[in-house]
Design a protein around this ligand. Structure first.
Ligand SMILES: [Zn+2]
Length: 645
């Protein structure tokens, strides 16, 4: 084969990055590849080697020493990884107040210099973007992070940096008093003979701090400090009581699983998952734990229990089940499984919709909010002509709610109202179409609602159109999710396998949407006998009649996500995993358009000057083409793949 002599593109190491903030100079590597850690709970970024961590070394000049009363006048920051420069950030900042003369003498930054500089409100978003996901480093970090945090708080930005490193603390720990009687930046710069002289200007000082940090890293490298966690462990600052609790992690294995912190009365305080149980739990007793609530939890803990798991899916499922069982006070409530509300089609002579905690055979849900469930149920009843009156009707009776003299439904009247009474057989087609909508056999009611939406928009009734559009969005969104999860929950047994990353397979036996058994076939072990053993030992699942057959929707969703992960394949299944032809998935594209219309409106609203009430903007009404528009339903990995050992 002829050798192609074309050079691979010479990578521009540091290139200008466009920035919309005047006066800010930013250089950043054009295609910087950040290590990504998808799940911090499972693969903790603190365990990464120091050379793979992105550090943003920052230095500020200010009008004084108090982050509460003084303001920033200059920001300088240098981004480095693996000892290499990735980018720099430098700007003067208009403090919007005078600068005391002694500060001017120290820094050389005068009021004239900052007069036309951008304000911190203009600069901070660009800085947060520049430093995103990095470890913030500063010489006396409390000072710099104090000012930045105060500015972020004042602007309503959450403080995004969990990991901060102070080079003063590090220097005090690394260097002896003899070697460095003072750890001022100028003294350290002199000690290490660094190239950039600190000048009390932000960028120069940040550059000097980078060199100092690297020289300190060289020293700690000889002491076995390899990861950021090692570094934090090495630094002082963890109370003795916390450090002493490390023994609680001693008995834990180094494999994947879930852990439970227990309190003095044996109550479960906190549940988490880890790929390396011992390492993860030990980290709670070190300086790398910065969350106040978690520190409080650790102080209470008297014991750590664990369950070893075959792989992440098992750990995730067990975590969900434990969160549901214990509602641990130190876990975020948003992670707890919730029961939710179902829209159920009743089984009676003249069926209606009712909202219930439990799903009936034909149902849609679960909805987190009961009010939303009512709202969506009302739209379904309206679109399907289902009755909303409360009278119990016998099979031989008739539905007598009538429309007004103009042929229209009375305000607040029954959605099933007709000009002449309906017998049960006449009414039954309405229940059938509702069942068809919920199970994905038809989407005629959705199309009818879309026609009403178009009519409202044509009549320039934009507020009504927007409201209907959002209810319709809720409806098709829930149809899509519910039908997708129901497709999985319908299968009585499905065995799937995903690569374990080292040549083996992670295996899961799934019954009616629940994880019934989990295991691994390590590299070189024939997987099929393992599959057979797992299936034989799997839990028996007794399904109930609802769409998810009684499986908790969070668990089905977790399994579905795992099944659709690249590399995961279905080994065998009692039936195929397929989505209904006329289900909610057909409307994905329409929903994306609704979402983008919402974003546009929000942005327009944000750009409007405050105080000025804008007139209601026209509501974009996305139209689904008659060909269906949305791509056909996608199904996860094909069935019946054979596995290589
Ligand atoms: Zn009625």
């Amino acid at each position: 084969m002829a050798r192609i002599t074309a050079h691979s593109a010479v990578r521009v190491y540091v290139s200008e990055l466009r920035t919309s903030v005047r006066g800010v100079s930013v250089t950043d590597e054009a295609n910087g590849t950040q290590l990504s850690f998808e799940d911090p709970a499972l693969s903790h970024p603190d365990d990464a080697p120091l050379r793979s961590i992105t550090f943003v070394v920052v230095d500020l000049e200010t009008t004084g020493g108090s982050s509460a009363h003084d303001r920033i006048t200059e920001i300088g920051a240098v981004k480095v990884r693996g000892g290499e420069l990735i980018g720099e950030f430098a700007t003067l900042v208009d403090p919007q107040r005078g600068i005391p003369p002694h500060i001017v003498r120290l820094t050389g930054i005068t009021e004239a210099m900052v007069y036309q500089a951008p304000t911190i409100e203009e600069v901070l978003p660009a800085f947060l973007e520049f430093a995103k996901d990095a470890v913030i480093v500063a010489h006396n970090a409390g000072f710099d992070t104090g000012f930045l945090r105060a500015a972020a708080t004042a602007m309503g930005h959450p403080w995004p940096f969990r990991r901060v490193l102070c080079t003063v603390k590090l220097a005090r720990r690394v260097l002896t008093k003899d070697e460095a009687p003072t750890v001022k930046l100028s003294a350290l710069a002199y000690l290490f003979r660094v190239q950039t002289r600190p000048t009390h200007r932000a960028l120069d000082d940040a550059r000097a701090t980078v060199e100092v940090m690297h020289r300190l890293f060289e020293r700690v490298g000889n002491l076995g400090v390899e990861s950021f966690r090692d570094l934090l462990d090495y630094l002082p600052g963890v109370p003795k009581e916390t450090r002493d609790k490390r023994v609680l992690a001693e008995h834990l294995p180094p494999g994947p699983g879930i852990y439970m912190f227990r309190g003095p009365s044996d109550e479960v305080l906190y549940v988490g998952t880890a790929v390396d149980l011992r390492r993860r739990v030990r980290s709670y007793f070190t300086g790398s734990e910065s969350r106040t609530r978690i520190k409080e939890m650790v102080a209470l803990a008297t014991r750590v229990d664990h369950v070893e798991c075959a792989h992440r899916l098992e750990a995730g499922v067990r975590e969900l089940r434990l969160l549901g069982a214990h509602a641990p006070p130190y876990n975020r409530r948003s992670k707890f499984p919730h029961l939710g509300w179902w829209i159920c089609l009743t089984d009676e002579a003249f069926p209606r919709l009712k909202i219930s905690r439990n799903a009936s055979a034909v149902a849609l849900g679960p909805f987190r909010s009961r009010a939303v469930a009512y709202d969506v149920a009302d739209l379904i009843a309206e679109s399907c002509g289902l009755r909303t009156c409360r009278t119990a009707l016998k099979a031989g009776g008739s539905h007598t709610c009538e429309v007004g003299p103009d042929g229209r439904r009375l305000v607040g009247g029954c959605h099933g109202a007709t000009a002449t009474p309906l017998s049960a057989p006449q009414y039954s087609s309405r229940a059938e179409i509702t069942a068809g909508l919920l199970t994905g056999r038809t989407d005629t009611p959705v199309r009818a609602a879309l026609d009403r939406l178009m009519a409202l928009s044509d009549a320039e009734l934009f507020e009504n159109a927007a409201r209907l559009r959002d209810r319709l969005d809720q409806l098709v969104g829930q149809l899509e999710r519910c039908q997708r999860l129901a497709a999985l929950a319908r299968i009585s047994e499905l065995v799937a396998a995903g690569p374990d990353g080292s040549g083996g397979w992670e295996l899961a036996v799934i019954r009616h949407g629940r994880l019934a058994s989990a295991g691994v076939a390590a590299r070189g072990v024939p997987p099929m006998p393992v599959v057979a053993a797992l299936a034989a030992a799997a839990e028996t699942v007794i399904p109930d009649p609802g769409p998810l057959h009684g499986a908790p929707h969070e668990e089905v969703a977790l399994i579905y996500r795992w099944l659709t992960t690249p590399g995961v394949r279905i080994v065998c299944a009692t039936s195929g995993l397929s989505l209904p032809l006329h289900g909610g998935a057909r409307w994905t594209q329409w929903r994306e358009m609704v979402g983008s219309a919402h974003r546009t409106l929000r942005e327009t609203a944000e750009h409007d000057s405050p105080g000025r009430r804008s007139s209601p903007a026209p509501v974009p009404v996305p139209v689904l083409s008659h060909r269906g528009g949305a791509a056909g339903p996608r199904t996860p990995a094909s069935r019946g793949t054979s596995l290589d050992a």
